[in-house]
Write a protein that binds this ligand. Structure first.
Ligand SMILES: C[S@@+](CC[C@H](N)C(=O)[O-])C[C@H]1O[C@@H](n2cnc3c(N)ncnc32)[C@H](O)[C@@H]1O
Ligand code: SF4
Length: 377
């Protein structure tokens, strides 16, 4: 089993918080599209004989692709990889792209899951974040997607936005719940370097919300979503009726994946590699038949750290048998010795031979994880 990620590095407008690789100029779009098709062929051996059970179009803004272009990428993938019959194939989409015509066309492609970037249902927040759509458009896009037959829809929300009050967040959550989607990803706003927000913050134009306020908002999110049948299967991800994102769950379970496109990452259990984050160079190199990437061999400690980092954020936790059998007894003992104080504080618990973060532990998950990691002395 394996996954394929396709990166579409274009956005019609740049949001002030975002540091993903993207360009607001569409001048290279057609050339880049051709390069993506070529890279799929060039990478045909990367995953060996693995069956592909998830494909994810991420960005940037994959919904700038026409349905025809999506179909072409899918056909190219089917030529060079074995796609599973029950393939999950997700398209990240911006609400303003999802009009009736486009949605109808999308419903005739193999896309069977949409991840819609609503972010907030409050127009003041959307302006602050520099989103292209209104709160009404965000809701409408979900309703329209359901109407044409999409029955596996996720929405992205951002909380912890300056000036977002607890009651605003409560209204946002309520709206999300009423849209009756299968999945919600909710991220705390982070201020990333080289973003507009970073510059504004440096100039003192706004302040991030306090840790106390962050915790109140996170608690509200967990509580309200749980009351409405959403299971928090990962710190930022909530699903109804076990509609987990297969693609992300595979990442967290260290299942191999191939990333196509500029800045896309790949992982095959022995090494990780990442393509160059420059559209022009990416296209030029692919034209020469070369994939412009850097790579890193994953040694045992890095592998252990990756496992701890991703699994502890999930409800399945760290499987102690896996840790002993696939890593080593020393690593399992190390993990348990570091975990002991958190177990005593009630921040971690052991269930079915797995080390799991408790509800209380979720508020300090980053601190717990960092203490469980292996650091070279
Ligand atoms: C790569 S973006 C692509 C989605 C799509 N282009 C859109 O904007 O709707 C994936 C998601 O990451 C989240 N995200 C990106 N940067 C973030 C930040 N600095 N803080 C919090 N969430 C962020 C947003 O919720 C966004 O929808
Ligand atoms: S959040 Fe989405 S639309 Fe906004 S800049 Fe990032 S990738 Fe583009």
């Amino acid at each position: 089993m394996a996954g394929i990620y396709i990166h579409i590095p274009f956005c019609r407008q740049i949001c002030y918080y975002c540091d993903f690789h993207k360009s607001a100029s569409m001048s290279l779009k057609d050339e880049l599209f051709k390069a993506l098709l070529s890279e799929i062929a060039l990478q045909q051996d990367y995953l060996g004989d693995e069956i592909i059970d998830t494909v994810y179009f991420g960005g940037g803004t994959p919904s700038i692709l026409s349905a025809k272009e999506i179909q072409k990428i899918y056909e190219k993938l089917s030529t060079f990889f074995t796609l599973s019959k029950g393939l999950e194939i997700t398209l990240e989409a911006n609400p303003d792209d999802l009009d009736d015509k486009y949605l109808k066309q999308l419903s005739n492609t193999p896309i069977n899951r949409l991840s819609i970037g609503c972010q907030s249902f409050n127009n003041r927040d959307l302006v602050f974040l520099n989103r292209r759509h209104t709160a009404e458009q965000a809701q409408e896009s979900v309703r329209k997607a359901k109407k044409v037959g999409f029955n596996n829809i996720s929405i992205d929300l951002i909380y912890g936005i300056p000036n977002l009050s607890v009651s605003d967040l409560e209204r946002n959550i309520q709206t999300a719940v009423e849209l009756d989607v299968q999945h919600i990803s909710a991220y705390h706003l982070t201020i990333e370097e080289k973003t507009v927000f970073h510059k504004r913050q440096a100039k003192g134009e706004f302040e991030e919300i306090s840790e106390e306020e962050s915790n109140i908002q996170f608690q509200l999110l967990i509580q309200k979503l749980a009351e409405n049948g959403f299971e928090q299967y990962e710190i930022s991800n909530f699903a109804r009726n076990k509609n987990y994102s297969r693609h992300n769950t595979n990442y967290w379970k260290q299942i191999p994946y191939l990333g196509i496109g500029p800045s896309a990452h790949s992982y095959n259990t022995t090494y990780r590699q990442w393509n160059i984050s420059n559209n022009k160079t990416y296209i030029a190199e692919i034209r020469k038949g070369k994939i412009p990437f850097s790579k890193e061999i994953i040694d045992k400690k890095t592998k252990y750290n990756d496992y701890i980092l991703s699994s502890l954020r999930t409800m399945w936790g760290i499987n102690l048998l896996v840790l002993e059998e696939q890593y080593s007894k020393e690593m399992k003992d190390y993990c348990m010795s570091m975990a002991e104080k958190f177990i005593n504080y009630g921040l971690l618990s052991i269930k079915n031979n797995s080390l799991i973060i408790t509800d209380q532990g979720k508020f300090v998950s980053d601190n717990i994880i960092s203490e469980l990691l292996f650091v070279d002395t």
